[in-house]
Write a protein that binds this ligand. Structure first.
Ligand SMILES: [Zn+2]
Ligand SMILES: [Zn+2]
Length: 175
């Protein structure tokens, strides 16, 4: 029996595990700040500046763990977790969103435009062909429900239903 330094509960120590769970391990370096501020990871960071930690001999990227813990689901296949704040070590789930690699590029372009012009940013996410494609492929894996997909993509569940049933966007154009 070992005591978890995070939750202070006893647990069966398999191998050389220091914390009872991924969540407890993560929360030790989470470094929570005010809800709207960045929460810079206080553990190790990789070359790109992203926080990571090793749990159960597996390397976990901190911002991806932050996202999955908040949403209680794995990151859907083919999606990346991006930072609204452009701050790689940040693990504030409110600053994180999921998107395709194309969305990420689009987001960066939008931000650049925002900085250049000082103009407005678009928070209105239009469903591109890429999204429709991702929604369909994720639903077909059977690992995630329509409701979860809707939360991930920030659209109504009925929109997801129409897409997977082929009522809307029958032939998405994938860029
Ligand atoms: Zn614990
Ligand atoms: Zn942030």
């Amino acid at each position: 029996m070992k005591i978890c330094p995070s939750c202070k509960l006893g647990f069966e120590n398999q191998g050389r595990q220091e914390y009872c769970s991924l969540k407890c391990h993560f929360s030790e370096c989470e470094n929570k700040q005010a809800p709207n501020e960045c929460w810079p990871w206080i553990g190790q960071t990789n070359k790109a500046g992203y926080g990571f930690f090793v749990h159960n001999n597996e390397k976990h990227l901190a911002h991806r763990v932050a996202f999955t813990l908040r949403n209680q689901m794995p990151v859907p296949e083919g999606l990346m977790i991006c930072h609204r704040c452009d701050n790689p070590p940040c693990v504030n789930p409110q600053h994180l969103f999921s998107g395709t690699p194309a969305d990420n590029a689009h987001d960066r372009a939008l931000k650049r435009r925002h900085w250049n012009k000082g103009g407005e940013t678009s928070t209105n996410k239009k469903l591109s062909g890429n999204y429709v494609y991702q929604i369909k492929t994720n639903y077909l894996t059977g690992k995630i429900t329509m409701r979860q997909i809707a939360v991930f993509f920030g659209v109504a569940e009925s929109t997801v239903q129409r897409i997977v049933r082929g009522i809307s966007w029958k032939n998405p154009v994938v860029q």
